[in-house]
Write a protein that binds this ligand. Structure first.
Ligand code: BES
Ligand code: ZN
Length: 617
């Protein structure tokens, strides 16, 4: 066997012997090998009084096994009223169905028995107020306090709580929808939103590019709109929309930069919907309309890397999709890599490098507290709630792996390779083996000798960060590090720290340089000089608040209470709850705040906080 063939054979054998490339999705009851959903048509009425969506979901099916008679869908807490099967000639018949017992993580399989492989099935159903993928908000929870608000968060496996479907990213479908909502409110979906749509209570949508279920999204509320470019706009509550449009003014520049690296943007418009602060994530890459937390509106564009991230998903994730959550690094690692390339192109190398250095450092400290299995890029998530598997590993270890490849092959070879990965797998679902085979064919075999198999294996299946990981270095951080060391040694007064023009990442570096237990005097001095307590910057705030808790610096408590009560983004508040929970007194304080906050929290946030505090919510 020639060396090349040996190499190919061994890379594929290596991939095959690693169990995680199993093609079935451990988080779905669907059987896409038997039958798959090709198109979805939704007709739903939004009822804020009952806190429910009610209507029909019509599924157009592709049967892959002619003998099959049964369609298995994912649901969670749906009330199924009746199901009809429609034949090719349009005649409908009632279909029998059973709903399995509810599994706490995966919900209930809906088993529909058909007389023959019918092309269309129509399900009459309603959601329940506890739907895990929807947050229903009272007017008091919105900025204007005038109208109710509702939004969805379908990833990872919450689409099933508002639509009966095959809730696996191994399946893609197009969709249409007709949504009835109270007049005066705007309905947004991950589809063809029209900035000029009348607020007449009757919205129709079409999504003509096929998407996986986790990208199905809806939001309803009092939403104003501002155009920010030829194919970009911002939707937000009226009180927020002007600030939001200013913060996100560079969106078109980001799209253009990404297109020049990785090829055309394939989703027509790219809008941003700014949600109320209870949104449990920073951002969600719903196609054509990213959903975002208002906590990234810092006033100086310093946190718009998050928009770069969600935009990057338009290539990595939405176009080329991990077939199940075990290969999430193909979505989030690629996206974090692309995000940094966008930031570099639009805001310069200095800013991009600072981001890398902070992320590398924080990944290393996160890994230090993780089990070996959690540290692996490709993982076995059988029986595990995918919401619990959310760590920096798929994001930053994934991104670091790609930077490692970039450093070995050089951008001249690596950039076209990444672009070809997106082009050749567009609108497909992929697993790590697909990546390895493509890598071998398009990169390794063309530039032999750059990366060894053992190195690849260590990145994908090893623990920690491999010793060969490229080290990012920021000269601006040398100044920050010196200031931190001098301040901590008592050689530099807090007000003499040269921070007047620091950007967010310099502050993050500084706060991360504080010891596990800073003294109360140190915290007080920093606060007096730089007013960190109460900062409007969420990334600075949560790191600072964790440090104040560790230091036992109680002056920050009122602002901590305000912060964790108002904000639902888990990344920003869970570390604070965790730090508080370490002492009895802190835990009592945290429980007190949670009791007040929980009615306004998203179901996901509520569950996560209760878990951290070890209480039932
Ligand atoms: N797709 C994710 C959010 C997600 C992942 C939801 C897994 C549910 C399960 C989104 O793109 C994301 O990564 N958001 C981050 C943004 C950050 C890394 C810039 C967030 O919300 O913090
Ligand atoms: Zn992401």
């Amino acid at each position: 066997m020639s060396f090349r063939r040996w190499f190919t054979a061994s890379i594929l054998a290596f991939a095959a012997t690693h169990p995680a490339h199993a093609e079935t999705d451990p988080h779905s009851y669907a059987q896409p090998g038997v039958v798959s959903v090709r198109a979805l048509d939704l007709e739903l009425e939004v009822d804020f009084n009952q806190r429910e969506l009610a209507g029909t979901a019509e599924l157009a099916l592709d049967w892959h096994d002619d003998a099959a008679r049964s369609l298995v869908l994912d649901t969670r807490d749906l009330v199924i009223e009746r199901i009809e099967a429609a034949a090719a000639d349009g005649t409908t018949t009632a279909a029998k169905f059973t709903l399995d017992e509810r599994d706490a993580i995966f919900g209930s399989a809906l088993r529909i028995a058909l007389d023959k492989a019918e092309p269309v099935v129509r399900i009459h159903y309603r959601t329940q107020p506890i739907a895990s993928g929807l947050q229903w908000m009272t007017p008091a929870q919105t900025a204007s306090r005038k109208h109710p608000f509702m939004f969805s968060q379908s990833q990872a496996i919450h689409a099933r709580s508002w639509v009966p479907l095959q809730d696996t990213p191994a399946v893609r479908f197009t969709y249409t929808a007709r949504i009835k909502a109270p007049k005066g409110l705007r309905v947004i979906m991950s589809a063809d939103n029209d900035v000029a749509h009348a607020l007449n209570g009757d919205f129709r949508f079409e999504m003509k590019q096929p998407i996986p279920s986790y990208l199905l999204a809806i939001a309803v509320g009092e939403l104003a709109v501002r155009k920010t470019g030829p194919r970009t706009a911002v939707y937000a509550e009226p009180a927020v929309v002007t600030r939001a449009a200013r913060e996100f003014a560079d969106t078109e520049a980001m799209i253009a930069a990404t297109e020049s690296l990785y090829g055309p943007y394939r989703w027509d418009r790219y809008d941003i919907l700014v949600l109320p602060a209870s949104f449990p994530f920073g951002g969600m890459e719903n196609p054509r309309v990213t959903f975002a937390t208002p906590t990234i509106i810092a006033g100086d564009k310093s946190l718009v890397g998050l928009i770069a991230h969600e935009l990057a998903h338009s290539w990595s994730g939405n176009l080329v999709t991990n077939a199940n959550a075990q290969h999430m690094w193909l979505n989030e690692g690629f996206t974090t890599y692309v995000e940094n390339r966008i930031v570099e192109a639009v805001y310069g190398k200095d800013v991009a490098t600072m981001q890398l250095v902070v992320d590398d450092q924080e990944l290393r400290s996160e890994l230090a507290d993780m089990t070996p299995n959690e540290q692996r890029l490709v993982t076995d998530l059988t029986g595990i709630d995918p919401d619990d598997g959310l760590t920096g590993v798929p994001y930053d270890k994934g991104r670091w792996f790609l930077r490692f490849l970039e450093s070995r092959y050089g951008r001249d070879a690596f950039d076209p390779f990444v672009r070809a990965w997106f082009d050749q797998h567009a609108f497909q679902s992929v697993v790590t083996t697909d990546f390895l085979a493509f890598y071998e064919r398009e990169l390794a075999s063309r530039h032999p000798g750059k990366v060894g198999l053992a190195e690849l294996d260590e990145w994908l299946h090893g623990i920690g960060v491999p010793a060969n990981a490229p080290v990012a270095h920021s000269a601006r951080f040398d100044i920050v590090d010196k200031a931190a060391a001098d301040f901590l040694a008592g050689k530099l007064a807090a007000k003499k720290i040269p921070a007047r023009n620091w950007v967010t990442y310099e502050w993050l570096r500084f706060i991360n340089a504080l010891p596990e237990k800073p003294t109360v005097d140190q915290m007080k001095a920093l606060d007096q000089a730089w007013k960190l307590t109460g900062t409007g910057n969420g990334e600075v705030a949560f790191r600072w608040y964790v440090a104040t808790v560790r230091a036992g610096y109680a002056d920050a408590r009122p602002q901590i209470a305000t912060f964790i009560q108002r904000i639902g983004r888990r990344k920003l508040i869970l570390p604070i709850y965790e730090a508080l929970a370490k002492t009895d007194e802190g835990k009592q304080f945290a429980i007190g705040v949670f009791e007040k906050a929980k009615a306004g929290y998203h179901p996901l946030t509520r569950g996560s906080v209760a878990k951290v505090l070890g209480i039932k919510d």
